[in-house]
Design a protein around this ligand. Sequence first.
Ligand code: PRP
Ligand code: URA
Length: 209
Amino acid sequence: MNHKVHLMEHPLIAHKITMLRSKDTCVKDFRHLVYEIALLMGYEATKDLPLRDFTVETPLMEAQGKTIAKKITIIPILRAGLGMVDGILDLIPSATVGHIGLYRDHETLKPVEYYCKMPPDITERQVIVVDPMLATGGSAAAAIDFIKQRGANNIKFVCLIAAPEGVKVLTEAHPDVEVYIACLDEKLNEKGYILPGLGDAGDRLFGTL
Ligand code: PRP
Ligand code: URA
């Protein structure tokens, strides 16, 4: 495995991913599980954030402490990525949130950006792109292309379930991006769905099945 690819090995994540996969998990529980797993993964994905010294006054005396030295932006890939934003925001409440939406043109099969709104100081920020599914890798690779075109140069990608095909496409297109995966699945089916996967993440999250 590429050293930029991080597979989560925490028992809580493994347990929650299994519950998420079940076809019997209702919309409400699905949404809450996505929130919880994103929070746990956010903890892992921020473990190398830079710190700088920071002095505070305790009620007794001065203490030398640390503060996070990098501003952070979370960018969900619409629409299913939205389900992962709150978990990471609960860890980093001062983070800003950009949005990127893509669709695949039926004739060219190329990803077309239909929405993109980024914070103006994106070049200075640690960007965390979130999307529950990395299937063919087309959406993630294209989204990160568009985000880089806006000036971002420090990007992590956090997903819940990935197919080996998608990991290859993403890491070859963006070798500089750190990729965090809760579970690496077997393969894609002929329609581009991850097997065993969890079905359509957006539909399960928003109840549009
Ligand atoms: C899903 C998922 C990813 C994409 C992954 O979104 O959330 O963005 O598919 O597939 P890929 O790796 O083959 O590109 P989808 O396009 O279904 O849109 P949605 O979030 O609006 O449901
Ligand atoms: N998008 C999803 O939501 N699920 C898959 O399995 C593949 C792409």
